[in-house]
Ligand binder design. Structure first.
Ligand SMILES: *Cc1c(COP(=O)(O)O)cnc(C)c1O
Length: 394
């Protein structure tokens, strides 16, 4: 069973500066919540970038056990890795076909390319039309306003008519991507929906997919046949301004490697960028920007980020404590004065985000988004699977 608790990877917990815990019960619960929201649409799992940094090897089997059968990765290389984990999954590759040589690898690993432009289409046609008449499954990506990947309206019509004659390809999915789904009031959402509805009628008889995590919360007309959540599976808030219905999946903690006492008027960390306005107890934690704890999380007195941001926090001994001074490569300083002398000791763990500090809040304090925070987590963590909703019977 993939839900077994314990260490993953080979970083020994006794000699690491930080640990990353993946709550597989929360991940499974998030999949179920999205399924009930999107019903009757099927919920695919977006697991690109090593499942948003959390580990494809942990995430993919948990989603499969919850009934997820469709997966999206960004790169063919990720698809090959996923194929080894899930022999029967339907695996779509978002970035399309890089070159004609790649088609062979897609064929061998049973990957389904998302064809994004006419070059992709002709590569896949050539691969599928090689004497045999086995037409290759694929997805067609249409652009409805994001201007990143996908065919224009004209290219779609041309493809539709030509392919109807040649039957070279068997598109089994039509997809597009929303640019502003996390802002429900953005007018582009409805424009993209209406544009996609036109394509959807043209390609009747195959599945359609428009919504990412946030799109699922825009309303049932955005769901079509398949929805493609990523960040919400991993606990990120699908929409700003409303309570996050997802459970936190990732917890990042750092070990306290020193507790020290400094005097009012002294400065802390590189650049002496922050001066203490009181006698201060400083807890030094063993992770830094090399572990994805962005330097822009540095303490409130450090002028290296948007002045509106307040700096990051940690959570220890039941309370939130602010970061002090600049975040450094391997170490981050926290002001634990308010906890009182003796409250924090060498060897304790401080949470950087997880159940007590929302990942969205930690990301906002760093001037970024949860996606970037998760995918920046470095290789030095002791990684472990936890199952915070213990079931007592099988
Ligand atoms: C990354 C991605 C998703 C998932 O987006 P989330 O906002 O993480 O839910 C869905 N579709 C496409 C095309 C993507 O690139």
């Amino acid at each position: 069973m993939p839900l077994r608790e314990g260490q993953i990877g080979n970083v020994d917990p006794r000699i690491c500066g930080g640990r990353l815990s993946i709550d597989v019960a929360a991940l499974a619960a998030n999949y179920r919540l999205l399924s009930s929201r999107a019903h009757p649409a099927r919920v695919a799992g977006v697991v690109k970038a090593n499942a948003y940094g959390l580990g494809l090897d942990v995430v993919a089997p948990v989603l499969w056990a919850e009934g997820c059968r469709i997966f999206f990765v960004a790169l063919p290389q990720e698809g090959v890795t996923l194929r080894a984990l899930l022999p029967e999954a339907e695996i779509y590759v978002l970035a399309g076909l890089f070159e004609s040589q790649a088609a062979q690898i897609y064929g061998e690993a049973g990957l389904i390319p998302v064809l994004n432009d006419e070059a992709d289409i002709s590569i896949w046609e050539a691969y599928g039309w090689d004497g045999d008449d086995v037409s290759r499954p694929c997805a067609i990506h249409v652009d409805t306003g994001m201007n990143r990947l996908g065919l224009s309206g004209q290219q779609v019509k041309r493809f539709f008519h030509e392919n109807k004659l040649t039957r070279a390809l068997s598109p089994q999915l039509l997809m597009s991507h929303l640019a502003c789904a996390d802002e429900p009031s953005a007018p582009l959402n409805r424009q993209q929906l209406e544009s996609f509805q036109i394509f959807d009628r043209l390609f009747s008889g195959i599945d359609s997919s428009l919504a990412n995590s946030s799109g699922i919360f825009l309303g049932s007309d955005y769901a079509f046949d398949i929805v493609r959540p990523g960040i919400a599976l991993y606990g990120g808030a699908p929409q700003a301004g409303i309570a996050n219905p997802m459970r936190p999946v990732a917890t990042v903690e750092a070990r306290i490697v020193q507790v020290r006492h400094a005097k009012a008027g002294e400065s802390v960390s590189y650049g002496a960028a922050q001066t203490l306005d009181r006698d201060t107890i400083i807890a030094v934690a063993g992770t830094g920007y090399a572990d994805g704890l962005h330097r822009s999380l540095s303490g409130a007195g450090v002028p290296l980020r948007n002045a509106l941001l307040s700096g990051g926090y940690g959570f220890i001994a039941g309370r939130r404590v602010p970061i002090l001074g600049r975040v450094t490569m391997d170490l981050t300083l926290f002001d634990v004065t308010d906890l009182g002398a003796g409250a924090v000791s060498h060897g304790d763990w401080i949470e950087l985000f997880g159940p007590n500090i929302a990942i969205d809040e930690a990301a906002a304090a760093a001037g970024t988004i949860p996606y970037e925070l998760l995918t920046s987590l470095g290789a030095r963590y002791h990684r472990r699977v936890v199952n915070r909703e213990r079931r007592t019977n099988g």
